[in-house]
Design a protein around this ligand. Sequence first.
Ligand code: NAP
Length: 342
Amino acid sequence: MSLINRQIHLVSRPQGEATVDNFQLVELPVPALESLAEGQVVVRHHFLSLDPYMRGRMNDSRSYADPQPLHAVMLGGTVGEVLHSKHPKFAPGDAVLGMGGWQEYSVVDANQRGALHKLDTTHIPMSAYLGAVGMPGVTAWYGLVKIIAPKAGETVVVSAASGAVGGVVGQLAKVRGCRVVGIAGGADKCRYVVDELGFDACVDYKAHTDPKSLYQALKAVTPQGVDGYFENVGGAILDAVMLRMNAFSRMAMCGMIAGYDGQPTPMSNPALILINRMKVEGFIVSEHPEVWADATQELGTLVATGRLKFKESVAQGIATAPEAFLGLLKGKNFGKQLVKLI
Ligand SMILES: NC(=O)c1ccc[n+]([C@@H]2O[C@H](COP(=O)([O-])OP(=O)(O)OC[C@H]3O[C@@H](n4cnc5c(N)ncnc54)[C@H](OP(=O)(O)O)[C@@H]3O)[C@@H](O)[C@H]2O)c1
C-alpha cells in the first residue's frame, strides 16, 4: 500500500486579512523508489517552518519574491529525513534541510544546487536549522553584524524580541557587549526576553497603547538613546523608537509585520532620518548567501554550547498549518513557529 502525502495548497488570495479558507488540504500518493528519476530523493518532513514572509507571497502583487502560485503546495522551509534516494550523496535516514513546502513528503531533485543540505544533528536539534541556526538566525546575524555593526557599550533595540529573529538579534548583541532592549507583546514574552535570553530590559508595547506612554517606557530603558535598531514590526513601535535614535545611528529594516495582513503602516516622522543622520538599510537574507558560512558557524557554536537560547511554538500535524500561520501574524506564537509532521 502506498504512503499518502498530505499537502496544503493556496486556493485563493486574501481580500484583506488571510483566512483558513484561502487554504485547502490535498492528499496524493508518495512516489515509490522505483518511480524516481536519477538524482531524485524523497524526503519525509519532520518539521515545517512557518514564516511571516509567506503572507506577502499569498498576494498577487509586486514584491521581492514572486507570488505563491494558486492550487500549488505552499512554499516553505522543511527539515526531515531521506526516505528514498536515487542520488549517490543521499542515503535513507540522512537528516536534511530543504524547501519542501507545506506537505508531509517532498520529491527533490538533489542535483539542483542548494536544493537539499545534509544536517549534522549531533549537537544541534534538527528543528533549530529552521530557526536559530537557519534562515531566521542568519537574518538576525546579517542585520546586526553587517548593517547595525554595533560597538561594545552601544544600545541596540529589537522589536518582536521574543520571536525567531528578534531573540537571536538580542543575544548576538549581548555577546558583542551591547546594552540590549527588546520590545514584545505581553508580560510573559517580556519576562522571557529578560530572564531567559539575558536582555537588559524589555518594553511590553501592549501595556502602552498610546504613543506618549510607549515613548516614555522606551525612554526609561534607553537612557543613552539608541545606536542600533533592528526593525521587525513597523507602525507605532517604529515611530516610538525613531524618537530615541541617536546621531549616526543605524537601522536594519528587516520586517514590518504590523502591516502584512492588511494595510501598510505609514511612518509618522521620516525627517528624523535626516535630523539624526541615520543609516537605514533594508535587506533580504536570501540575497546574502556570502554570509551564510560565517553566520551559521557562530550561531551553530553558540547553540551547541548552550549560549544561544531559543523557544519554539510547535503545532501538531499538517492540517494545523493554516491556523498556526494565521496565529503567527497576530503574535499568538511564542518563539519560532513550527509544525511537527511526525
Ligand atoms: N528581511 C529578511 O530577509 C527577513 C527574514 C526573516 C524574517 N524577516 C522578518 O522578521 C520579522 C520577524 O520574523 P520571525 O520569523 O522572527 O517571526 P516571529 O518574531 O517569530 O513572529 C512574529 C512576531 O511578530 C509580532 N507581531 C505579529 N503581528 C504583529 C502586529 N500586528 N504588531 C506588532 N507585532 C506583531 C509578534 O510578536 P509580539 O507578540 O511580540 O508582538 C509575533 O510573535 C518579520 O517582520 C519578518 O517578516 C525578514
